[in-house]
Design a protein around this ligand. Structure first.
Ligand code: UT7
Length: 333
């Protein structure tokens, strides 16, 4: 049966490094607190005006195409995952189509936050399995820094997030490898525990301007951190297990787990609870913070570059985040 496999990966992070000490000059926080609670040492933030979510996505996509040995013209569909699009509408998929000069192929935008890349990969996998498309560009990109509350009021959220993009060229194969299965979940009951409420159609800009309330922080992301943490550790473990069971595998069979880089403590908790060795889990949140839909493709790309992913390896991707949504993918590389 026709499968999909990742033929090439790419990533891009802005050059501008923001350390924990830099943040402590903006707000009441410390390197010690951030490292102890999250494992993050630094993140990249775009210098205002110097890049965009779609722009970073395009850079990552070019690297992925290059490594796949393909031209932009080989792509017959685009899937773009982000929670921080350049425009409220249209989504950034069309901007990638334009920037890469690809013919008028379809471009789909995925709105699944931290699970966005795994959802997007799942969509690509289904389109390839049905034979509708052959080469799909899957991108996860985020520009968080422009929309964060950089005062002490926002410290519980702001210190975690970073900017960046990752991309994969997903291609059809008749070989016995590639994406084995994907598993997608959601639970909207918790939507407001990690959300950006306004502006939106339930809270238009006019309303915000009329109220002119200096305490209105609805346009900054809100996160009930400890609540999210508790759900995350449970759902991550569940959805990884689901992927393993679906393919008659056990955690011992995993060569590399690439979890969404939400918090190093979450990844360590999963590692311990699933009895995985340190070398079975890939983390780079220390350098980039939480880049939401971009975190898995950036991490997977770095893992490939470092030789941590070899042909024939069993790779597990897993994510959890706003929605709540959570997802996993098992790949025979
Ligand atoms: O990627 C999508 C999914 N997101 C996640 O998975 C994130 C999950 N949650 C987390 O990673 C953690 O909950 C956080 C890192 C966000 C927060 O860590 P925590 O251990 O849950 O801290 P907390 O929110 O319970 O806050 C503990 C204390 C509070 O002070 P009091 O009330 O105990 O006096 C906070 O005000 O730490 C304070 N605090 C900070 N202090 C210094 C919160 N943020 C900071 C900060 N610097 N940046």
């Amino acid at each position: 049966m026709r499968k999909s496999r990742i033929a090439g990966m790419g990533y891009y992070v802005p050059e501008n490094v923001v350390t924990n000490d830099d943040l402590s000059k903006m707000m009441d926080t410390s390197d010690e607190w951030i490292q102890e609670r999250t494992g993050i040492k630094e993140r990249r933030w775009v210098v205002p005006g110097e890049d965009t979510t779609s722009g970073m996505g395009v850079k990552a996509a070019k690297m992925a195409l290059d490594r796949a040995g393909m031209q932009a013209s080989d792509i017959d569909f685009i899937v773009f995952a982000t929670l921080s699009p350049d425009y409220y509408f249209p989504g950034p998929g069309v901007q990638v189509q334009e920037a890469l000069g690809i013919d008028t192929v379809g471009a789909l935008d995925v709105r699944n936050q931290c699970s966005g890349f795994v959802y997007a990969l799942s969509v690509a996998d289904q389109f390839i399995k049905t034979g509708m498309y052959k080469n799909i560009l899957v991108i996860g990109s985020e520009l968080h820094s422009g929309g964060l509350d950089k005062t002490t009021r926002g410290r519980g959220v702001t210190v975690i997030f970073g900017d960046g993009a990752g991309a994969a060229v997903v291609t059809a194969t008749d070989e016995d490898r590639g994406v084995l299965s994907t598993h997608l979940h959601s639970e909207g009951a918790h939507a407001k525990e990690l959300a950006l409420i306004g502006p939106a159609t339930r809270r238009w800009v006019n309303e915000i301007i009329e109220e002119n309330d200096e305490n209105d922080i609805s346009y900054f992301p809100y996160m009930n951190g400890s609540y999210v943490f508790k759900h995350a550790v449970r759902r991550f473990a569940e959805v990884i297990q689901e992927a393993l069971v679906a393919n008659s595998c056990t955690s011992e069979d995993i060569d590399l787990l690439v979890p969404h880089q939400a918090n190093l403590r979450i990844a360590q908790f999963i590692q311990k609870s699933m009895r995985l060795r340190e070398d079975q889990v890939y983390n780079n949140i220390m350098k980039y913070g939480n880049t939401t839909a971009a975190s898995i493709p950036i991490a997977l790309c770095e893992a490939v570059e470092e030789g941590r992913v070899k042909e024939g390896d069993l790779i597990c991707l897993a994510a959890f985040g706003s929605g709540f949504t959570w997802a996993s993918a098992l790949i025979r590389w």
